[in-house]
Design a protein around this ligand. Structure first.
Ligand SMILES: Cc1cc2nc3c(=O)[nH]c(=O)nc-3n(C[C@H](O)[C@H](O)[C@H](O)COP(=O)(O)OP(=O)(O)OC[C@H]3O[C@@H](n4cnc5c(N)ncnc54)[C@H](O)[C@@H]3O)c2cc1C
Length: 287
């Protein structure tokens, strides 16, 4: 059974690009940068993966045409949508085809991080392409994973742009911290290292404790707000997103769209009671 889209409409900009581009334009006009994500994951069919690659390539061209000067619009992709689970070499070829276009059009491609079964493969694919596209590709690291300390060291060594987040997937205690105070402490430590040693990393969180820690660290250590960005998800804390842009911080909004919205939507519901209440309120208003 397919759920109606209005349930997800707080978190997902539209079911297609034409519904999403006006959202991008509004965000840009309000001083916010955008990362567009075509929803979809865990593809097991080569034709579907190749078609996802072509959709991303079209998106790179659309974004290059429609981004106003000074806005760092980009795309965010899941490698499992481009053949990672079918054959890594096939996925790598798709990724290279996409990055050729992205470099040509000067659009940055962020590799979203999925569940821990894909972490090593995603970082391997990143390392395979990074030397050829150092200014146009970067990974995501999840503070909750115990392995991330070493991955942060490696990204600092490379100087690669990283998106740092807590991690959205349920992971086992053996490999992931479960306690929020510990995750915040890890996040803060990684944020400091990324701000010191990488170029234009993204601090992706709605958590005031981590946002304040980042602002404080930047101020006390002469890290210019021009050299990093904050990132939040479409529909979450929009007033705060606006306030931060007006205060002079680079603020990027992650804007997902597409018909395959259910897994993304359910991760947002799992994260916060307030998100569930919002959806229930929407249902009541429509009925
Ligand atoms: C741009 C972006 C990209 C991401 N990409 C990935 C990815 O590739 N892979 C991945 O695994 N995860 C990704 N995530 C998700 C991330 O890992 C977390 O699951 C998600 O952001 C929730 O953690 P949080 O730090 O934002 O705040 P939470 O842990 O949800 O909340 C902590 C505190 O923040 C405050 N807060 C949070 N939300 C609100 C709100 N709406 N209003 C008011 N206060 C609020 C509250 O004080 C709350 O107690 C991404 C997140 C962002 C923002």
């Amino acid at each position: 059974m397919k759920l109606p889209f209005f349930l997800a409409s707080r978190f997902v900009a539209g079911e297609d690009l034409s519904a999403t581009l006006p959202v991008v334009r509004d965000l840009n006009e309000n001083g916010l940068h955008v990362a567009l994500d075509v929803l979809g994951e865990h593809v097991h069919d080569r034709d579907v993966a190749a078609s996802a690659r072509d959709t991303y390539i079209d998106l790179v061209h659309t974004l290059a045409r429609s981004s106003p000067d000074g806005r760092r619009n980009r795309i965010s992709i899941k490698l499992s949508m481009m053949g990672q689970l079918i054959d890594e070499d096939f996925c790598l070829r798709n990724l290279r085809m996409l990055l050729d276009e992205a470099e040509d059009q000067d659009v940055f491609v962020r590799l979203d991080m999925e569940g821990s079964d894909l972490t090593q493969s995603t970082l391997d694919l990143f390392e395979a392409v990074y030397p050829d596209y150092p200014n146009h590709v970067g990974p995501v690291l999840q503070a909750m994973l115990k392995r991330t300390e070493g991955d942060v060291d490696r990204m600092c060594e490379l100087g690669a742009s990283v998106r740092l987040c807590k991690g959205a997937y349920a992971e086992a205690e053996a490999i992931a911290y479960q306690n929020m105070d510990v995750i915040r402490a890890r996040f803060t430590d990684y944020m400091e290292r990324l701000l010191d040693h990488t170029t234009y990393s993204g601090i992706a969180t709605h958590d005031d404790q981590l946002i304040d820690a980042t602002k404080r660290y930047a101020q006390n250590n002469d890290v210019s707000p021009a050299d990093f960005e904050f990132q939040m998800l479409y529909g979450l804390r929009p007033e705060t997103q606006q306030d931060m842009a007006e205060a002079g911080y680079n603020m990027l909004v992650y804007v997902p769209y597409g018909t395959e919205w259910f897994p993304y939507f359910s991760r947002r519901l799992r994260e916060k009671k307030e998100n569930v209440l919002f959806v229930l309120k929407n249902v009541l208003l429509k009925s």
